[in-house]
Design a protein around this ligand. Structure first.
Ligand code: UD1
Length: 421
């Protein structure tokens, strides 16, 4: 999996069918949530990606039994040790979700601050706030977090000052086994959070979603085993739809759920695409039409996802006219822009706004992938660029896109891996 560099021979039209994999951002919290049960759990539709492989390594290192074939079988009856390897923890931001379950199971946890994508500042103050609200004691110094339970954890009211996917998951994972009622206000409502809640409820948790931005969790004594199928990856779906849009062609994503990507579909329609939707597939057809630029503001779900911002920046950069994208979630998530400009785009950044003046064509160059979604954006750029594009540090893409080079090749991309080091 450590393929560092690729060359893309462009330009090529990307068109055809793509089978969408299971959601990365569901699979991760669901794997960490599985630590809360001591029984056998089977997870279906698990994506074959690096973030999942790293999570499996982290969990196996502490004695949790995992078998991964087509499905993933996990049994966390025994946890042998809780000394975590920093070289693994630092690779994924999601390792912060160890804290709640390990605290519940082992009464203490020491962890270095997790890493993750290079998309700007990623504080953990709201995770800490949730844990403290539930009675955890915390020492946090020089990126080292030491968390323990003095007497016991207590149910409580948690009111987040701001919407956070990660902190919402931490608060859920920590409170499902605490006796009493925990109420969480101002939660994130991403489909992956609902998926995690559905999984936990399937194995015996009592989490109630209300119409408001609120969750009511009635603590249960224990969680059982069970089988659960993860939802399709909405960001992977959106990425391949963009591939069709920028190629001015037709792409069908199947094994997906169009309901999760309403905000993305809306913008694709505004860019000129024809969209056909059925229960589990979506077809985008650009019919060789000119792309129209679209203005976008990223926001928590159901708003437009920040994880689609780099891909839409590419679309806007080749749509004739002027457009902006306001990045409200990670105000420094702009590392792909310098690389796109090396390929001939005309993109400027003003505070947290990306301003694109569309160009007619882009040219191949030697560019650097810096994080997961920027890699997706740059690979797509390479596919439609005139000439050859070399992308360095391509390993980021394997964190979140299953079989990406094969899926792209199947729809017309010409990509070669340049080295194996
Ligand atoms: C998750 C997703 C990521 C997505 C992001 C926003 C996973 C594994 N990752 O990341 O793909 O881009 O949601 O949809 O599911 N914040 C704080 N304090 C905190 C936590 C967050 O200030 O304690 C801020 C962040 O800096 C950011 C905002 O809250 O500005 C939202 O971040 P959050 O929703 O927590 O993102 P992640 O859970 O890290």
């Amino acid at each position: 999996m450590n393929k560092k560099k690729i060359i893309i021979y462009g330009p090529n039209k990307l068109s055809g069918d793509v089978k969408i994999s299971g959601s990365k951002n569901s699979a991760l919290p669901i794997l960490f949530a599985s630590i809360l049960s001591k029984e056998d759990i089977k997870i279906k539709n698990i994506p074959n990606i690096e973030d999942i492989n790293i999570t499996i390594k982290i969990l196996k290192n502490i004695g949790i039994k995992i078998i991964k074939n087509k499905n993933l079988l996990i049994n966390a009856k025994y946890i042998n040790n809780i000394s975590f390897k920093y070289n693994l923890i630092k690779k994924i931001r999601a390792s912060i979700w160890l804290i709640g379950p390990i605290l519940i199971r082992c009464k203490k946890i020491k962890l270095n601050k997790p890493g993750g994508c290079n998309i700007g500042k990623r504080p953990i103050d709201m995770h800490i706030y949730a844990l403290k609200s539930l009675g955890a004691k915390i020492n946090y110094k020089n990126n080292k977090i030491n968390i323990f339970i003095k007497k016991k954890l207590n149910s409580n009211i948690i009111k987040f000052p701001k919407i956070s996917v990660g902190a919402t998951i931490t608060s859920i994972l920590t409170s499902v086994l605490i006796p009493g009622i925990t109420t969480i206000y101002n939660i994130a409502k991403e489909p992956e959070i609902i998926d995690t809640i559905n999984f936990l409820n399937k194995i015996g948790a009592k989490i109630k979603k209300t119409n408001k931005n609120k969750l009511i969790i009635k603590g249960v004594k224990k969680l059982t085993g069970g089988t659960y199928k993860i939802i399709p990856d909405r960001i992977e779906t959106g990425t391949y739809l963009i591939a069709g849009a920028i190629s001015k062609s037709k792409i069908t994503c199947y094994n997906t759920n169009p309901i999760f990507i309403k905000s993305i579909i809306k913008k694709l329609i505004l860019s000129g695409a024809k969209i056909k939707i059925k229960k589990d597939f979506i077809t985008l057809n650009m019919n060789n039409k000119k792309l129209k630029p679209v203005n976008i503001i990223t926001n928590p779900y159901p708003g437009f996802p920040t994880d689609m911002q780099p891909q839409f920046t590419l679309l806007n950069s080749i749509a004739l006219g002027k457009s902006y994208i306001k990045e409200n979630i990670f105000p420094n998530r702009f590392l792909h822009i310098k690389e796109l400009n090396k390929m001939g785009t005309n993109i400027k950044i003003k505070n947290n706004k990306i301003i694109c003046i569309g160009v007619n064509k882009i040219l191949g160059n030697n560019i650097n992938a810096t994080d997961l979604r920027s890699s997706a954006c740059l690979i797509l750029a390479g596919c439609i660029a005139n000439g050859n594009t070399i992308i360095n540090s391509i390993h980021h893409i394997y964190r979140g896109y299953e079989n990406v080079l094969k899926k792209l090749t199947n729809i017309g991309a010409k990509i070669k891996i340049l080295n194996n080091k």
